[in-house]
Design a binder for this molecule. Sequence first.
Ligand code: X8Z
Ligand code: ZN
Length: 608
Amino acid sequence: MIRTGVSTIALAMLLAVPAVAQEKKVAPGAATPAAADAFLERATKEYSEFSEDDARIQWLYATYINDDTSALVAKSGAEGTEMAVRFALEAARFDKVSGLSPDTKRQLDILRSGITSPAPTRAGAAASLSKLQTDMQTVYGTGKGTLKGQPINGSDIEAAMGTNRNPAELKEMWTSWHDNVGAPQRADYQRAAGLLNEGARELGFKDVGAMWRSNYDMPPEEFAKLTDKLWNEVKPLYESLHTYVRWKLNEKYGDAVQPKTGPIRADLLGNMWAQEWGNIYDLVAPPGSGDLGYDVTDLLNAKKYDAIKMVKTGEGFYSSLGFAPLPDTFWKRSLFVKPADREVQCHASAWNLDNVDDLRIKMCIKVNGDDFVVIHHELGHNYYQRAYNKQPLLYRTGANDGFHEAIGDFVALSITPDYLVSIDLLDKDKVPSADKDTGLLLRQAMDKVAFLPFGLLIDKWRWGVFSGGVKPTGYQGAWDALRLQYQGVAPPVARDETKFDPGAKYHIPANVPYTRYFLARLLQFQFYKAACDQAGWTGPLHRCSFFGNKDVGKKLDAMLEMGASKPWPDALEAFTGSREMSGAAMVEYFAPLKAWLDEQNKGKPTGW
Ligand code: X8Z
Ligand code: ZN
């Protein structure tokens, strides 16, 4: 199975098998091109058989967390890791063999470096790692915060952080979530990180961070440099936004809550992690023209949308591009709303259980604008999974993981006012006029631009943990320092080394690499600009919707069908004509806003 969003992709990351695997290991014969091909065939078959059950176990756990499913998923996870490590070691035998076909070489490389959670081969190590990771995910998935002293679950507290404007209550929600969910994982995380590194080293990598960075068709050091280069392209945009938003928050809350200088208080930004700020658009809207005349949450509610109607609408967009409807099983087997009577992992994810067409999403959908976008995001994963389902199994993943995260977001950039009219959510006479463009761009920037440093720093922290630059005694301090350095935000209450705020963000307990989301933020604008060019759009970029454009759909499908069969620059070129990931399209999209922000910011303190 290929699960995206949660553990993402790659087979690679699943694989493993314990004691039994050792017995199954074939005696090493001569390392020849033919032996490499035979090995790949065997590995692919074994993986495919394993994943049939493993996928179901993972699905059951994610949609019904209890002691039994936890035990099953931990066991299956350990088996998957052992299998993956066994294949990686076996793949390494062919490193120096000459005469391998490019495809054989590429698939061997995927087997070698594509494991997200490698474990050492010594007896019991994979089981220990898997148990630690399952326990952390259970703490996260079942975690609660409080609001006015009452327990509140993860998806409710996330929504409440978006609408609540009471600084004391925001602080309570922020602190309780981070204390209750993050801190208990601290010791387990340290142990898991040690095992992951040990596993990565056995496979010939410096540490597990270097292993993650080696999945981008370039040397790991080059990839780290590329992310910094990309960040520098968009950093001025973020700084302009930060300056403006801090000023507005100071106007709203006063010096005692949000001073005019220094970092922004992290709980005031409308999101538990201060990762996207669109929910506080009302606090920062441009004076006079800031009221856009509509709000997606209000529109969905006015038209009595429920979770299913929201997903159907998302499907409708992809159908308009020419993609086949989702299979009946998608509607039967997906989890769309939080069940009342059991614990589930609410963090949204998209699945393909049989690597063919057993597509599903798992989400605790709320009728609001945020989740409308997340639905398009998840469906992007599903349509990608289906598009590459005829590739050899090891290629059934994204060109790189940033591509997988970018597809649905790229589609959601087309949710323009005119698009909302065409699906009858917005009345034609409510389409904001051109003088509202600044407001529309600012609304979008609050989500898209605000996210950039967050998207980068999560793995800056983890790469540091894995390389040893961040010591276990300084987990929290290093986290706060990166949040300050990159985002310019600070926690609402003092933290110390009894805390573990990284654990309060899903992808840390779930061990999902996060740089993918940073890449996706940029890639989605590259895809969007290319699609709008293909569609012949000549208006302001942010007003373009390629809804209904079958030519765009065809070209998109051509890129998606490639899966990981070619280096990612080939896939990028197929759709955009460019072979470089770049911040330029995003900078172009927001250029009018940047000019406006810099005008507003004149004479105001900048930086932190
Ligand atoms: O985790 C997700 C998706 C599932 S792949 C809902 N995202 C990141 C997050 O929520 O932190 C999408 C945007 C960033
Ligand atoms: Zn995703």
